[in-house]
Design a protein around this ligand. Structure first.
Ligand SMILES: NC(=O)c1ccc[n+]([C@@H]2O[C@H](COP(=O)([O-])OP(=O)(O)OC[C@H]3O[C@@H](n4cnc5c(N)ncnc54)[C@H](OP(=O)(O)O)[C@@H]3O)[C@@H](O)[C@H]2O)c1
Length: 627
């Protein structure tokens, strides 16, 4: 069992990477984070039923719920289905409910086997995808659990499906105790889990630890850094793998980013091949893997060696276009060789530059999205018979509704700018006023993840399916409108200065050129510091002020430069696959797992949900009244 492996000798001939094969391929050697369209209903999708319960739990941590079996149902024909269907035999996806005492209550009809599959619209209306039924009893292996998105995923799984199987969490740590400590402090202690904490009361931690199993590991390491016995145990128990681990720094060192974002998926896919009952591998990618593509961008998987610069230059004659070729193995070799060649003192900066240079030459905006795109390519190349979903969210921001509105972690993507603006430290930005910020709330991304897992995990077709979870086509948030919403928010709920006085902010000015933006920054910073000019008669004071002013201008320009590929982005992400997925959901599933980005009221979300969430959960209430 090989892997598309960096730094692992011996390499196969390079041409093997270009051949799409079901066999694994081995390869050698090897800041800053980041009105609804209706479509015809598709009837092609089939609602397969799959019993998931009754799985043997081998981790030694007992579930607070006794094991129970749910019947395995064999697929029947549509005719059989239509004859059999009756309200008594249709299992409603929302039938698992929490009783008043907080203990999950299994409704009797849950135990009634459901017969599927069929393309009958009758069944789709009643049963939908069967998300809860599919996930019941399933074992998960999730990476990136200490990160923002995976926490929201874990919370949702456990809150809505308390009889899920074990959820193994790959966590970087020096030993088991340290991994457990990270689980408790970084995950379970998060405010995100307050609903579950209220539901389970004193048994919260016991219950959570009966489901969540922290395992020490690292996606960059061979066999994921897992001890062999543990790796075997997980491989026997896992139905679904979700890879959410990533390095999301736009301008990360090339060696670091390629290791996590390209080699990581390769190592996980090698592990996936050892999982006997694996039903699905889901890779959390990003919509921005589409790099410098323009216009409406469809949900198409990358093939090995796809190169966006070549796509964008396809009018060039072959010879010229051949300058733009992507060979991942060569990229890895380049990283290795360059690393050796650079002086140790300059290796960090040079690796950063190399990542950006390679990304931009080959058609991506930065190292992050370039290495994530290569991660997708490697997965497609290695997947063989394993069903794969590539989930590409755009910019993930705070939760829309669940478990409560506005939960957020980390100061990412547009948020530093939103916060500087609110504090009166930034009154303008370099951005296309008519451009679009493609944002999706984290809980919608998670709902889409679960719906896609259930649908494709049930079907188990050896396919790769891509879902762009994005708003720019169906419900675009235009930058100049965003500026107005931020203005509204901060004028009704201003930050306060150190003297407790409200900070009033003007409407943010949007600049299309760096020169104009830079000029504005200087004017602004001079004015804010109460200076009429940088140089004054008092040499010392003037120098100090100039230093402060220059620093803050440079900082703002750096931010603007890093964000420019996003604030002037020319692509819009098609999300038809997600829309089709939602059409397959029952009404009950739409309520519990809906991710209709077209229905988001941006005014309400930005002013009442996201920015207040950011101020509360990221800024911890600092700068608001009484704090
Ligand atoms: N946030 C967004 O706006 C956004 C948008 C689109 C797509 N995405 C994608 O969504 C996924 C989750 O993003 P996020 O915002 O949750 O990221 P995040 O908060 O930065 O979390 C990244 C996670 O990856 C883990 N990780 C990093 N290197 C690892 C390694 N070598 N081995 C194992 N785990 C490792 C981190 O663990 P440590 O805590 O130990 O560092 C952390 O748990 C990523 O794949 C990202 O590309 C994010």
């Amino acid at each position: 069992m090989g892997s598309f492996f960096l730094y692992s000798p011996p390499p196969p001939p390079p041409h093997s990477l270009l051949v799409r094969t079901n066999k694994d391929v081995k390869i050698s050697s090897g800041g800053h984070r980041w009105p609804r369209r209706k479509k015809g209903c598709t009837t092609s999708s089939v609602v397969f039923c799959q019993g998931g319960g009754g799985k043997a739990i081998r981790s030694g941590v007992g579930s607070v719920f006794g094991g129970r079996t749910s019947a395995l149902v064999t697929p029947t024909t549509a005719t059989d289905q239509e004859q059999q269907i009756s309200p008594a035999t249709v299992m409603d996806a929302s039938s698992l409910v929490l009783a008043v005492n907080g203990q999950p209550e299994i409704v009797v009809k849950d135990l009634v086997p459901y017969s599927g599959p069929t393309s009958s619209s009758l069944v789709e209306t009643h049963d939908g995808i069967g998300i809860v039924r599919f996930l019941r009893g399933k074992g998960f292996f999730i990476t990136g659990a200490t990160g923002f998105l995976a926490k929201v995923l874990i919370e949702k799984i456990i809150r809505t499906m308390p009889d899920v199987g074990k959820i193994y969490l790959l966590i970087k740590a020096k030993d088991k105790d340290a991994a457990m400590a990270r689980l408790k402090t970084e995950i379970l202690n998060a405010e995100l889990f307050k609903t579950l904490r209220q539901t389970y009361g004193k048994s919260f931690q016991t219950f959570m630890l009966s489901k969540l199993v922290p395992v020490v590991g690292d996606v960059c390491k061979s066999n994921l850094g897992l001890e062999q016995e543990l790796a075997d145990l997980i491989a026997d128990d896992v139905d679904v793998i979700v890879n959410s681990a990533a390095n999301t720094t736009f301008d990360e060192r090339y060696d670091v980013a390629i290791d996590i974002n390209t080699r990581g998926p390769s190592n996980l896919m090698s592990f996936a091949k050892k999982c006997q009952k694996l039903k699905l591998f889901l890779q959390v990618s990003t919509a921005y893997v589409n790099g410098q593509r323009q216009g409406k961008i469809m949900e198409r998987a990358f093939g090995m060696g796809d190169c966006i610069a070549r796509e964008n230059n396809n009018s060039l004659v072959c010879e010229a276009a051949s300058r733009f070729t992507l060979d991942i193995q060569d990229e890895v070799k380049m990283v290795m060789n360059s690393k050796e060649a650079f002086h140790p003192n300059e290796v960090a900066i040079k690796m950063r530059e190399l990542g950006l240079e390679r990304a931009r030459k080959l058609g991506w905006q930065d190292t992050y999205v370039f290495t994530k795109a290569m991660g997708e390519m490697v997965i497609d190349n290695m997947r063989g018979e394993i069903p794969v979903v590539i989930l590409r969210p755009s910019v993930i921001e705070s939760t829309y509704k669940e478990p409560f509105p506005g939960w957020m972690e980390g100061n990412r993507m547009m948020d530093p700018i939103v916060l500087y603006y609110g504090k009166g430290q930034l009154t303008g930005f370099l951005v296309d006023p008519n451009g679009v910020l493609d944002v999706v709330p984290a809980d919608m991304v998670v709902n889409a993840t679960l719906a896609a897992i259930a649908r494709h995990g049930m079907e188990q077709k050896p396919e790769i399916n891509v879902y762009q979870i994005a708003s720019s086509v169906v419900n675009p948030l235009i930058f100049k409108d965003l500026a107005k919403l931020l203005y509204e928010h901060y004028n009704s709920s201003p930050y306060v200065d150190s003297n407790g006085r409200p900070i009033t902010v003007p409407l943010m000015k949007l600049f299309s050129s760096m020169d104009d933006f830079s000029e504005h920054l200087w004017r602004d910073v001079i004015q804010r510091n109460g200076l009429t000019a940088i140089t004054s008669s008092d040499g010392k004071l003037s120098q100090r002020h100039e230093f402060i002013c220059r620093k803050s201008v440079e900082q703002a320009k750096y931010l603007a430069d890093i964000y420019e590929p996003y604030t002037f982005y020319g692509g819009r992400f098609d999300n038809s696959n997600g829309e089709r997925l939602m059409e397959l959901m029952s009404e009950s599933e739409k309520r519990r797992f809906g991710f209709d980005v077209g229905s988001i009221d941006w005014r309400d979300y930005i002013t009442n949900v996201h920015v207040p969430g950011l101020r509360r959960h990221v800024m911890k209430g600092r700068g608001t009244n009484n704090n």
